[in-house]
Design a binder for this molecule. Structure first.
Ligand code: PEP
Length: 245
């Protein structure tokens, strides 16, 4: 049995005053699923404090593949761990699009996350043009292979399937389309890692809301969600945490 995950990606949103949302979320975090919140790097340490004793894990949204050095504006996995983070989102489609991140870079970042003791949340997903062209499975299969190092396990890595066209748009694939991709990803993980491939959590992300979370989380091989907009307010995210368990 894989434990479900409700993961929130605050993206470039949030200041200290936003940490009240963590306080408001605590009563629904009852241990039935894993809850991970990924604020901007400026809030990681403060969110760790705010979340103390709640079971909420705090994560980063990116890390460099090096431990330190001349990389202005970047953040190392070790720095996130030092601030109290337990996870990091890697290869989000916004990073791939805005910062030219390639599968190879995500692969190296994943190794860096593990070295720092962080769980890597590795994102894959097709664009609308790729779905229309019928290449969805080829695209995400290639991203999965290229972005996950051979040392990946269900303990150190979570996979997030996020169709780019569903992120922040209010549009979602049908439940059948979600099942097709998640079953495909599971098959690839098992083909590569043997029975250990069954242990990876595969999250769906893209316009998850309190109103659609339960039906999405019930789909075959969907082990929870990676949630953007609806993770910013405890009033929304609490319904998603409850749907995850
Ligand atoms: C995301 O960016 O990871 C995401 C899933 O965003 P949203 O839930 O807002 O579509």
């Amino acid at each position: 049995m894989r434990r479900k995950v409700a993961a929130g990606n605050w993206k470039m949103n949030g200041v200290k005053a936003s940490l009240g949302e963590v306080e408001a979320l605590k009563p629904v975090v009852t241990g039935g699923c894993d809850v991970i919140l990924c604020p901007p790097a400026t809030l990681v340490a403060a969110m760790v404090q705010a979340a103390e004793g709640s079971g909420i894990m705090v994560g980063g949204q990116d890390c460099h593949w090096n431990e330190s050095g001349a990389h202005t504006g970047d953040i190392a996995a070790e720095m996130l761990a030092d601030a109290g983070a337990g996870a990091v989102i890697l290869g989000h489609s916004e990073r791939r699009a805005d910062h030219g991140e390639t599968d190879d870079m995500v692969n190296r970042k994943t190794e860096a996350a593990w070295r720092a003791g962080l769980t890597a949340i590795v994102c894959v997903g097709e664009t609308e043009a790729e779905r229309d062209a019928g290449t969805t499975l080829d695209v995400i299969g290639g991203q999965l292979d290229g972005s996950t190092p051979d040392g990946a396990t269900g303990e150190n890595t979570i996979i997030a399937y996020e169709p780019v066209w569903a992120i922040g748009t209010g549009r979602t694939p049908t439940l059948e389309e979600i099942a097709e991709v998640h079953d495909f990803l599971r098959g690839k993980l098992v083909a590569r890692f043997g029975s250990a491939g069954e242990a990876f959590r595969i999250l769906y992300g893209g316009s998850v809301k309190p109103t659609n979370a339960a039906e999405i989380f019930a789909v075959s091989n969907v082990d929870g969600g990676l949630v953007g907009g609806a993770s910013l307010k405890a009033s929304d995210f609490s319904g998603i945490v409850t749907a995850a368990g």
